[in-house]
Design a protein around this ligand. Structure first.
Ligand SMILES: Nc1ncnc2c1ncn2[C@@H]1O[C@H](COP(=O)(O)OP(=O)(O)O)[C@@H](O)[C@H]1O
Ligand SMILES: [Mg+2]
Length: 337
C-alpha cells in the first residue's frame, strides 16, 4: 500500500534491519538490510532455508539478540515507535504484552520448576496487575481457549507432565494471555509430530479469527504458509529476495530461489493431511554470511546465473502489483503507472 493513499500505517514496519554478529573469523551478516511490514490483523509468513536469518529477524524485533556479539541497526517501528530506541524497561513492557512470541522448542522456553498456571499467570500479574486468584482463573480460561482438556487440573501441573503438543499449546496460551497485537511464531510446529502439527495449526487459524492478532509466521512448511498466511516474504542469506500475496507467490514465483523452494509444492488449499509439504531441496549451500557478496546472493546456486548476476546485486523491485523480487531476469508484468 502506498502511504500517500492515507491508508493506516502498518502495525510493524521493519526498515533496513541489519543484525550482525561479531565472530572470531569475521562478521556474520545474519540479517542484511531487511525491510518489511505487517498490517494489523494480518498474517505474514517468512520462509527460507535454515540459516537465512529468520530467527535472528524475529529475535531482533523483540530485541532478544545478545549484544555483544550481536549488533542491531535500522528501524523497527511498532505502532510508529522505534523499538530500537526504547529503554530496556520500555521494551520489557512491550514484550509479552503488545508483542509476544512462540518459539520452536517449547521445552526450552517453559520454566521446568513452575506450574503451567504460574507461568501463564506471571505475565498477567506483571502486565495486567491481576491478583493470584484472578491470574489463575484467567490461566484456566486461556488453557481452555487453546484446547487443553481438564484445564483446572492442568493449570497445577509442571511442563514435564505434558506432551509436546500440550506444551506448545501452553506456549500459545502464554503468548496470547495478554492479547498481543502482534504474535511472532518461529517454527511453532517443527518439533511436533504431523498430527499434532495439524492440530496446532488449526488452533492458530482459529485464534487468528477470534483474537485478531497480527501474526509473523516463520516456517519451513509451505502447506502451512498456503493455509495460514496472506502475504509471504522469502528470505535468502539474510535478505528478502521476494515478497508477494500468498496465492500469487505460489502461482507465479518470480525469483529462481523461490521457484526452487516451491519445487514440490502442494496445491494451495490442500489441507495438512500428513503429506510432505516442506521446502524442496536446492542443490548447493547458502553462502557464508561472513564474506561480502558483490553480485546476487543466489548467484552461486542459480540455474539461470549470468555474468551480470555475479557482478551486480539486483535491486528488489516491483514485478507485479504488490509483488517484488530481486532478480535481474524475473519477468516484469505490465503495471499501470
Ligand atoms: N548468537 C549468535 N552468534 C553468532 N551467530 C549467530 C547467532 N545467532 C544466529 N547466528 C547466525 O545467524 C545466521 C542466521 O541464523 P538464523 O536466523 O537462526 O537462521 P534461520 O532461523 O533462518 O534458520 C546463521 O548464520 C547463524 O549462525
Ligand atoms: Mg530459525
Amino acid at each position: 500500500m502506498s502511504s500517500s493513499t492515507g491508508a493506516e500505517a502498518p502495525l510493524l514496519d521493519v526498515r533496513n534491519l541489519q543484525t550482525h554478529f561479531r565472530t572470531p573469523d569475521g562478521v556474520n551478516r545474519a540479517v542484511d538490510g531487511l525491510s518489511f511490514h505487517v498490517n494489523a490483523g494480518e498474517t505474514v509468513a517468512i520462509v527460507g532455508e535454515s540459516g537465512c536469518g529468520k530467527s535472528v529477524t524475529s529475535m531482533s524485533i523483540l530485541r532478544l539478540i545478545p549484544e555483544p556479539p550481536g549488533k542491531i541497526a535500522g528501524e523497527i517501528l511498532f505502532q510508529g515507535k522505534d523499538l530500537l530506541k526504547l529503554s530496556d524497561k520500555e521494551m520489557r513492557a512491550i514484550r509479552g504484552n503488545d508483542v509476544s512470541m512462540i518459539f520452536q522448542e517449547p521445552m526450552t522456553s517453559l520454566n521446568p520448576v513452575l506450574t503451567v498456571g504460574r507461568q501463564i499467570g506471571e505475565t498477567l500479574r506483571l502486565h495486567q496487575g491481576l491478583s493470584g486468584a484472578q491470574a489463575e482463573a484467567k490461566s484456566i480460561e486461556m488453557l481452555k481457549l487453546v484446547g487443553i482438556p481438564a484445564p483446572e487440573r492442568r493449570v497445577r501441573e509442571y511442563p514435564h507432565q505434558l506432551s509436546g503438543g500440550m506444551r506448545q499449546r501452553v506456549m500459545i496460551a502464554m503468548a496470547l494471555a495478554c492479547n498481543p497485537k502482534l504474535l511472532i511464531a518461529d517454527e511453532p510446529t517443527t518439533a511436533l509430530d504431523v498430527t499434532i502439527q495439524a492440530q496446532i495449526l488449526d488452533l492458530m487459524r482459529d485464534l487468528k479469527h477470534r483474537v485478531g492478532a497480527a501474526i509473523v509466521l516463520i516456517t519451513h512448511d509451505l502447506g502451512v504458509v498456503a493455509e495460514v498466511a496472506e502475504r509471504v516474504i522469502v528470505m535468502y542469506a539474510g535478505r528478502k529476495v521476494e515478497e508477494a500475496p500468498v496465492r500469487e507467490l505460489f502461482s507465479d514465483p518470480k525469483h529462481p530461489y523461490t521457484q526452487g523452494l516451491l519445487g514440490a509444492v502442494p496445491k494451495l488449499g490442500s489441507s495438512l493431511t500428513g503429506e510432505e509439504t516442506r521446502l524442496a531441496e536446492i542443490p548447493g549451500l547458502v553462502p557464508s554470511l561472513k564474506t561480502r557478496i558483490d553480485g546476487c546472493v543466489f548467484a552461486g546456486r542459480c540455474p539461470k546465473v549470468t555474468d551480470l548476476c555475479r557482478a551486480v546485486a539486483p535491486a528488489l523491485e516491483p514485478k507485479a502489483p504488490r509483488h517484488t523480487a530481486a532478480c535481474h531476469y524475473a519477468e516484469k508484468e505490465l503495471m499501470a503507472a
